[in-house]
Write a protein that binds this ligand. Structure first.
Ligand SMILES: [Zn+2]
Ligand SMILES: [Zn+2]
Length: 346
């Protein structure tokens, strides 16, 4: 498998972000990313700017809806009208174009510091046909956990990742529940805007793009190296996201060279997003580091926890199986599930 690291859910000056798409691509290049997905609010104005820029694959989607039920849509050709009250219509319109989409920051809480708890939650869980859930939104989490001005200033100047605790527990619980019935893809979103704050003596850009691109990223697992041809590369990225062939990584805690999470069944090796027949053996390769804590989650429950993974872990129970790794007790790596199926079940 070939790894392809990128950042999803980025706003440019086509909506309320503070850089052009080209400047965003340059920041992504400096941060070492292979792809970046720009999702401006209710517009596809950036679509003609898709392509390879500064060596980075730039894809343009859209974050659809206004006051609630934000949906991150990718692979669109035409704008999809917002419909806050009927998100199923939005999902269906995206699918009708052959696109894919993610429920964004579904459980954000807001802060009294920002427009008195202004928030954009998802409130329609009877929807179908979406590709996955943004289980970790960096900006939402930062704001949710910085509830007083002294705390927000402390974090902004001295401890930028202080409010960051990992994927949202409610979003993860929902993801675990829903993946028992059908595969979904968990992604992290930065929601990067590079907001300039100008209040009294405070002059600060809340998270420049390049900083944000070194935080929670999505590492795709590709069967071939990312193609230099734009159309082919776009297909590779969208296909991996659609299949859940990815893991979330918090790059503030470093890269994870050599990391792998596979299930061996018969002579076949299965990866995140795959359905694997039982019985199978789980193989985890983690970077050598003494301060890791692995949590294996199946059907939403803790199956096992260990500091260094066993050479092989026998699997007998059907259901989605995923791995979380914490480094120095901080959230580092979160895989998409492998879906274990009884032998003979397709
Ligand atoms: Zn949003
Ligand atoms: Zn957004």
């Amino acid at each position: 498998m070939y790894r392809c690291l990128g950042n999803i859910h980025v706003h440019s000056s086509h909506s309320d972000g503070h850089a052009t798409i080209d400047q965003i691509a340059r920041a992504a290049s400096r941060a070492g990313l292979s792809f970046v997905v720009v999702t401006d609010h209710n517009t596809l104005k950036g679509l003609p700017e898709e392509g390879f820029r500064h060596g980075v694959l730039v894809l343009v989607g859209s974050e659809i809806n206004d006051k609630k039920n934000h949906y991150l849509a990718l692979g669109l050709h035409r704008p999809v009208p917002a419909d806050d009250r009927h998100p199923q219509k939005v999902i269906d319109a995206v699918n009708a174009q052959g696109g894919l989409g993610f429920i964004a920051h579904p459980f954000e809480k807001g802060s009294r510091l920002v427009h008195n708890y202004l928030r954009f939650p998802w409130d329609h869980w009877d929807v179908t046909g979406f590709t996955g859930i943004e289980v970790w939104n960096w900006c939402s989490q930062w704001r949710d956990n910085a509830q007083t001005l002294p705390l927000a200033l402390w974090y902004a100047y001295l401890d930028p990742a202080g409010p960051i605790t990992g994927p949202d527990p409610q979003a993860m619980e929902t993801f675990d529940r829903l993946t028992r019935s059908r595969p979904l893809t968990a992604i992290a979103g930065s929601d990067a805007h590079a907001w300039p704050i100008r209040r009294g003596p405070v002059r600060r850009t809340i998270f420049p793009y390049e900083y944000q691109f070194r935080t929670a990223n999505n590492c795709l697992l590709l069967e071939q190296p990312l193609s230099p041809d734009f159309a082919a590369a776009k297909n590779q990225v969208l296909d991996a996201l659609r299949r859940g062939r990815s893991f979330i990584i918090n790059n503030l805690l470093g890269d994870a060279p050599g990391f792998s999470f596979t299930a061996q069944s018969g002579n076949t090796e299965y990866h995140s997003g795959d359905a694997a027949p039982l019985p199978a053996a789980l193989r985890i390769t983690s970077p050598p580091c003494r301060r890791l804590h692995h949590r294996l989650i199946q059907n939403g429950r803790l199956l096992a926890a260990f500091s260094s993974p066993p050479a092989s872990f026998p699997l007998h129970t059907p259901g989605p199986l995923r791995l979380e790794i914490y480094k120095n007790k901080k959230p580092w790596l979160f895989t998409n599930p492998i879906y274990l199926r009884p032998a003979g079940d397709r």
